[in-house]
Design a protein around this ligand. Structure first.
Ligand code: GLV
Length: 324
């Protein structure tokens, strides 16, 4: 019997073609599997699942997967997957590290620049016909050069952001569960701050690159927003629930922080209505890895893990397996 793979949404076609060389592949329509019930209904037919981060691969879904051998997430973050149940059932789980690091870091710097130098407000002003010539006091912003960047989560993406930020003349502070290796600190002239709440008031920009866990949920809450500098800019390209979105919206409306660039939301795809009208705030639809090249590499890495597992390769030779 030919093995069957479910890809929950259309992805870059060359990835689907690659999987089709090995298996029978079904591809869902956009949004078909954003709820648990629809996955539970179909999962018994499949040997492998290639889900998006918007698909809740819960314990119930995995338990219903009688033939399921591998879940290869189309993302580096895997908070949508119940790892514990997968481990108990002996189902392999893979993610897509490394391939999206540069794309996400580049996008993060883009958000910092766009918010600090007010690109989107300025374009709106121009298109509304308000531009009447060069203005000495028009759109004064904040420079990255000479500013201090506080990075929360110094993993692959945080480090790649720090490298770019240093090249732009920023001074780097960082917080991470464990201290980065001294060589990296030296290269980036980055200072480790053991307690994240001590990093917040010292930073002109704060960029979040931590995974979503019980410890990081609402890490940026009302209190930490109050501790930010009054002109600090918050950037979030990690996971929405790391920030209390309602509290962020209030801080922006009240002008107690300088601005925000937000790519991920607490209740995606919903965006808090107060955030939508907040000043100095650039909102983008969870797209930090969205370049053609990177999305193809993400898909290929996930597809290769499926091919390797279903074809019986030694798991220790599959680099992007998270477990078992
Ligand atoms: C995107 O958010 C990812 O985790 O890859």
């Amino acid at each position: 019997m030919e093995e069957r793979v479910l890809v929950t949404e259309p992805i870059i076609p060359s990835v689907i073609e690659k999987l089709e060389e090995h298996f029978q592949v079904d591809v869902g329509n956009r949004g078909d599997y954003n709820d648990e019930e629809s996955l539970i209904e179909v999962i018994p037919k499949y040997d492998a699942l290639l889900p998006m981060l918007s698909n809740p691969v819960t314990g119930e879904v995995i338990a219903a997967g009688d033939r399921l051998k591998i879940i290869a997430n189309h993302a580096v973050g895997y908070n949508n997957i119940d790892l514990e149940t997968a481990r108990k059932q002996g189902v392999f789980v893979a993610n897509t590290p490394d391939v999206l690091t540069e794309s996400c870091a580049e996008f993060t710097i883009g958000l910092m620049l766009a918010v600090a130098r007010r690109f989107f407000e300025a374009q709106r002003y121009l298109l509304e016909g308000k531009f009447e010539g060069w203005e000495p006091l028009g759109f004064l912003g904040k420079e990255l050069n000479g500013s201090r960047l506080g990075i929360v989560g110094m993993g692959r993406i945080g480090t790649a952001v720090a490298r770019r930020a240093k090249a732009l003349g920023m001074d780097i502070l960082y917080h991470n569960r464990s201290r980065a290796d001294r060589q990296i600190e030296k290269e980036l002239e980055a200072r480790y701050i053991e307690n994240v709440q001590d990093l917040i008031p010292k930073s002109d920009f704060i960029s979040l690159h931590c995974p979503l866990t019980e410890e990081t949920e609402h890490l940026i809450d009302e209190e930490s927003l109050e501790n930010m500098k009054s002109d600090a800019i918050l950037i979030n390209t990690s996971r929405g629930p790391v920030v209390d979105e309602a509290a962020l919206a209030e801080a922006l409306h009240e002008g107690t922080i300088g601005g925000a660039g937000i790519d991920v939301f607490e209740y995606e795809p919903e965006v808090h209505p107060r955030l939508q009208t907040a000043p100095h705030c650039l909102l983008t639809p969870h797209m930090a890895s969205a370049s053609h090249k990177t999305r193809e590499a993400i898909g290929m890495l996930a597809a290769n893990a499926i091919i390797d597992v279903l074809e019986g390769k030694d798991p220790s030779e599959i680099p992007n397996l998270i477990q078992p």
